[in-house]
Design a protein around this ligand. Structure first.
Ligand SMILES: *[C@@H]1O[C@H](CO)[C@@H](O)[C@H](O)[C@H]1NC(C)=O
Length: 955
């Protein structure tokens, strides 16, 4: 019987299904050893290897089950995850078939000593086998009633790519007849034997596919026999057929490996043990370790355990169960089983397993026992368990238990409920919930019913979580028109630019065929909390007005649905609903009516109790600020002023300002913009009610504000009464080879002081007004793109001058801070100098990453996927901060800044402020706050708490 019978995919609730695992046959290719050991590495009785006294005295074999258990659950490093858990289960009295674990130290020894074992191992293994024999009353290799065992690998954490299991070990030509006689079931015995020979031939003797197109060799032999004998299913094979199959399997092994299939049970056992150790060094395992930073020295343990059989009739069964439902975390037993079956029957898909609920009526005693075990396991391991079990003639055995994989939703709910049930404390709950999964409580979703009916036609990068359905439009104007009619739009663009912003605001969702998760579309979508799928496998044709998804062609106005959590794209309309949490936050649902909301609030409360970092929002509008506050923001870490210039008529004045030939003309245009900005800031201050706001002065290059298509330039010429030629000329003049490193940030404000002055006046007048009205402001003004202290000095002088003036004529006074973004490597390296002027630093880690790496965020899509695939870098540095490189600059700037200004305020406002791994780093370097887009705020709160708790553990 195969123990690893069923696996459950828990990637997302909607895709959840109980699917049989692929029959894994890991190739046993390269060994760590130069000369791969044969199936039986020689034990050297003369002690050819130098063995210390300590090694002789050392314990290498740990018994478990049936009254003698040497290890326990804390010894994962020594016994592997499987071995430690089996020991622990035996200790607490759960029914585990007796066995023993050969420790990971033997694996280490094996690799250090040319594929040989410690001297004492042979004797210890024999003693432990004898103990199993005593416990089950059968003898290993007995011709009439043989003890059969399973041999399984077991690293600290389960690791794909390693040999996992050899079952029915101990059978040979003689004892198979004994087993047949003893059980009175010839077919059963022969079937066990042929499965054993095939598994052993594969994983121990290396009889495997030689190239990808070749059939698995044992399957090929079986198919051939079935064809000859006109049998369709495995179950149609008679004992006579199975005997022939066994003969052919053995012949195949001899032909391919040049060796006979071993008949001696101990030779079989040492062969399997060696195969487990060698599989630790095979290519797949090594690649996996490299990827997940698992040290080679950890090694794997080997578990040898008495076989139990789920296929001995209708009172036997095999199955898997979860102690809580892994899709949504509900506290019910969940799983499936098969009566009179071996695991492989499930794997081969011959029979469909039954839901565990049916066991209530079919095998009531076993069900009751399983329910009991569920409670015992959860209380003992204090986590949701994924259990493999076998029932042999009414007796239930546990073959394995481990912490269950689960969806984000289930992780949150089970952690919450386990605290309420007193199983874990709130710290453990906070540590256990993947920070990212919190966003699944906020995103709108397609209804589960709808998804059953629909098939995605294409997929892209999930860039803005949630679900949206709407009419296809290819232009910002179109999106606005659809919105005005009270309908929903999905803005479909090859890629988006700042000119599309209005359309993005109006649209329900954004779909692009180009760009990654850090493209303009993705950044803006996250910022605005829009559903977004980027770089999708679709064809967008603006001229024809079509969206091609595979062979389906949709037109402008047709319905399309996108899921920004999974990246799936559907033709037509799919029903969606806003998350309960959002309904409560927006006053559409009574908080007492939503269990999800209660979970959300409670978990956030726990996080706030432990975190040290403050969490702020990146918000450009009062509405975004209000959303941020509801989600727990403690201030605005980045208010970008440029987005304010795109709304309504303002863009015309902005364009006028840019096109102005003289200072006076520029000043007039700036003065037109001033009231708009002042009103915006006034609203923002009111929304924040005294919480800190960091306002960044104008940052992007001017050409981003100008129309690029000639039709749009014509319209503009008409609107602002400037000749078309002049506009075209000016647009051309503003064109830069490399705008990211061009005329932007404080460079603009230094060349055109009118812009900075207007912005300063708008900000201070708004603040003065709030103060005059009896309100409070905590104002921080941030100068972007500073590389030299003198740049900052220049801007700070303007700011102070305007502030003095405004306070004088408004007759109020208030405090404010002036600081800078640290986004250029030079600024980081000269942070001590800059700190003489700057009262705070806010790390603009997007630009700092671009400039440190010399890697454009918008162009890196061309090579980053290759770089991660070839493991040149392990992750996208725009999604998670490069701690080794860019992080060093952050650290330097923090340290240098503090030498000059010990109480300097430190924050981060780049996209990294919402990334859990980066947050952990920012906590460590001692920042005061992180700032991120609204939907990331709960994630950041949780991640900040996790960072603080991890810190606490280290000290
Ligand atoms: C588990 O075993 C180790 C090693 O023998 C021992 O130090 C530890 O106290 C044991 N833990 C428990 C909880 O029994």
């Amino acid at each position: 019987m195969r123990a690893t019978v069923l696996t459950v995919s828990v990637l997302s609730a909607s895709s959840f299904s109980l699917a049989p695992a692929q029959h894994r046959r890991p190739p046993l290719k390269a060994s760590v050893l130069d000369e791969p050991a044969k199936s039986t590495p020689a034990l050297d009785p003369d002690g050819g290897v130098a063995v210390t006294d300590e090694e002789v005295a050392r314990k290498f074999v740990y018994d478990f089950g049936e009254g003698k258990t040497d290890g326990n659950g804390t010894q994962r490093a020594l016994l592997g995850g499987k071995g430690a858990n089996l020991a622990e289960c035996s200790l607490i009295g759960l029914p585990v078939p007796p066995g023993f674990t050969i420790s990971t130290e033997v694996c280490t020894y094996y690799y250090a000593h040319d594929g040989t074992y410690p001297l004492s191992l042979d004797v210890d293994v024999k003693a432990s086998v004898a103990r199993i024999e005593g416990a089950v009353g059968k003898r290993f290799g007995d011709a009439s009633d043989p003890l059969l065992v399973s041999v399984r690998s077991g690293a600290r954490d389960s690791m794909p790519g390693m040999m996992d299991t050899v079952l029915n070990l101990g059978l040979n030509d003689e004892s198979v007849e004994g087993l047949a006689a003893k059980t009175g079931n010839e077919r059963f015995a022969l079937d066990c034997y042929r499965r054993f020979i095939a598994m052993y031939g594969d994983v121990v003797m290396g009889v495997q596919q030689r190239h990808e197109n070749e059939h698995e060799p044992f399957d090929a032999v079986m198919d051939q026999l079935k064809a000859e004998r006109h049998k369709r299913e495995d179950l149609d094979l008679t004992p006579d057929d199975l005997r022939e199959l066994i003969t052919r399997f053995k012949a195949l092994i001899t032909e391919r490996s040049g060796e006979e299939f071993p008949q001696d049970p101990y030779e079989q056992l040492w062969g399997a043990i060696g195969a487990v150790f060698r599989s630790w060094g095979n290519d797949r395992a090594r690649i996996y370790r490299a990827k997940y930073h698992i040290p080679a020295e950890w090694g794997t343990a080997v578990n040898v355990q008495a076989m139990v059989f789920g296929n001995l009739g209708d009172t036997s069964a095999t199955g898997v169960c979860f102690t809580r439902r892994p899709t949504d975390g509900e506290n019910v037993m969940y799983g499936e089983y098969l009566v009179n079956a071996q695991g492989e029957d499930v794997v081969a898909g011959i029979r469909t397993p039954k839901a565990i609920d049916e066991m209530k009526t079919e095998m009531p005693d076993s069900y009751t026992e399983l329910e009991h075990i569920r409670g015992v396991l959860e209380r003992h391991f204090a986590d949701v368990q994924d259990v493999e079990f076998t029932i042999q003639e009414k007796k239930l055995y546990l073959l394995q238990t481990r912490n269950a994989k689960r969806t984000g939703l289930a992780a949150i709910r089970t952690a919450y409920e386990m605290v309420k049930e007193g199983i874990i404390d709130d710290k453990t709950a906070v540590k256990r919930i993947p920070a990212d999964s919190i966003s699944s409580l906020l995103a709108p979703t397609f209804s589960a019913d709808a998804l059953e009916r629909e098939t995605p036609l294409a997929t892209g990068l999930p860039a803005g979580p949630g679900a949206a359905s709407g009419h296809i439009t290819f232009t910002a104007l179109g999106a606005e028109a659809i919105q005005r009619e009270g309908r929903k739009a999905i803005l479909c663009r090859i890629e988006t630019t700042p000119e599309d912003l209005r359309g993005m605001i109006a649209a329900e969702g954004i779909l692009t065929s180009r760009g990654g998760v850090s493209s303009h579309a993705a950044l803006v979508a996250r910022q605005m909390g829009k559903v977004c799928v980027c770089g999708a496998d679709v064809t967008i044709d603006y001229s024809r007005g079509t969206l091609g998804i595979g062979t389906t062609v949709l037109r402008e106005g047709d319905f399309v649905s996108i899921d920004g959590t999974t990246g799936h794209i559907y033709a037509g309309r799919v029903d969606a609903a806003p998350s309960e949490v959002n309904q409560v936050l927006n006053g559409k649902l009574d908080p007492d009516e939503s269990y999800t909301y209660r979970i959300f609030q409670t978990v956030m409360g726990w996080a706030d109790k432990y975190r040290k970092l403050a969490v702020r929002i990146n918000a450009d509008t009062p509405k975004q600020a209000a959303t941020g506050l509801k989600l727990g923001a403690e201030g605005i870490g980045l208010a970008r002023t440029e987005h304010m210039f795109f709304e309504g008529d303002r863009i015309h004045y902005m364009r006028k300002l840019i096109l102005a030939a003289e200072d006076s003309e520029r000043r007039r245009a700036a003065n037109k913009l001033l009231p708009f900005q002042r009103d915006d800031f006034h609203e923002m201050f009111n929304a924040m009610d005294g919480l800190p706001i960091t306002i960044r002065l104008l940052d992007p290059p001017l050409h981003e504000f100008l129309p690029h298509e000639s039709s749009a330039r014509l319209a503009l010429a008409d609107k602002i009464s400037v000749p078309f030629e002049k506009i075209t000329e000016r647009v051309a003049a503003l064109q830069e080879m490399n705008p990211m490193l061009g005329h932007r940030g404080c460079r603009l404000a230094i060349s055109f002081p009118e812009i900075a002055e207007m912005q300063a006046r708008a900000i201070f007048e708004a603040a003065a007004q709030v103060v005059a009205e009896g309100g409070q402001v905590a104002l921080e003004i941030m100068v972007p793109f500073v590389g030299f202290k003198a740049e900052l000095d220049n801007q700070v002088n303007t700011l102070h001058e305007v502030a003095r003036e405004v306070m004088a004529y408004r007759k109020v006074s208030f405090e404010y801070k002036v600081g800078t973004m640290i986004e250029l490597p030079r600024a980081a390296l000269t942070a001590d100098d800059i700190a003489h002027t700057a009262e705070f630093f806010s790390f603009g880690t997007n630009d700092l990453t671009q400039c440190t790496m010399g890697m454009s965020r918008d162009d890196s899509g061309a090579f980053l996927p290759t770089y991660t695939a070839k493991e040149i870098i392990s992750q996208n540095p725009f999604a998670s901060i490069d701690q080794v490189g860019v992080g060093q600059l952050v650290q330097i700037a923090c340290d240098k800044g503090a030498t000059v200004r010990p109480d300097i305020k430190l924050g981060v406002c780049g996209e990294h402020g919402g990334d859990p791994k980066s947050i952990e780093f920012f906590h460590r370097v001692g920042l005061n706050y992180v700032s991120c887009s609204a939907p990331r705020i709960p994630v950041a709160r949780l991640a900040a708490a996790q960072a603080a708790l991890a810190d606490e553990e280290r000290h």
